[in-house]
Write a new protein. Structure first.
Length: 139
């Protein structure tokens, strides 16, 4: 079927009008391009030792410090860098580098039997001397 020049221009005019109406309509949005998803790359672990692969999702990494899953699907390594400078990660990093409270206490060695006998002897001797002093005062 052949179309005349005038019918072609009319169709083009109608298409332009529809496009202009769609642009004016606030709810209209042009079709979005589909973003390419990026999978987790094990070589990132050399730069970020706290990063691990998530077994059930190939588009995520796991932060062992924060105990959170990080999506790397859209920003690749930039998502990991962004997480590493976040406040939550820095807080977890400083907490993991802090010493445990048990490190500030010295564990007492169990006493040997000789030490126990010496302590018992000293206690008994002090009791005897205190009784002797009391008896001297009474007399």
């Amino acid at each position: 079927m052949l179309m005349s020049k005038s019918s072609i221009t009319i169709k083009m005019f109608e298409e332009n009008e529809r496009d202009e109406e769609n642009e004016r309509d606030e709810s209209y949005s042009p079709p979005k391009k589909r973003k390419r998803l990026v999978r987790y790359k094990p070589e990132w672990q050399s730069d970020f030792p706290w990063l691990a692969k998530v077994n059930h999702d190939t588009y995520k990494g796991y932060c062992s410090m924060c105990r959170k899953e990080i999506s790397v699907a859209h920003g690749e390594k930039a998502d990991v860098v962004h997480h590493s400078i976040s406040g939550g990660h820095k807080k977890a990093e400083s907490a993991s580098s802090a010493k445990a409270i048990s490190a500030f206490f010295v564990r007492a060695e169990p006493r040997s039997t000789v030490d126990q006998q010496v302590c018992r002897f000293y206690y008994l001797l002090s009791q005897i001397l205190n009784n002797f002093k009391l008896n001297q005062r009474i007399l």
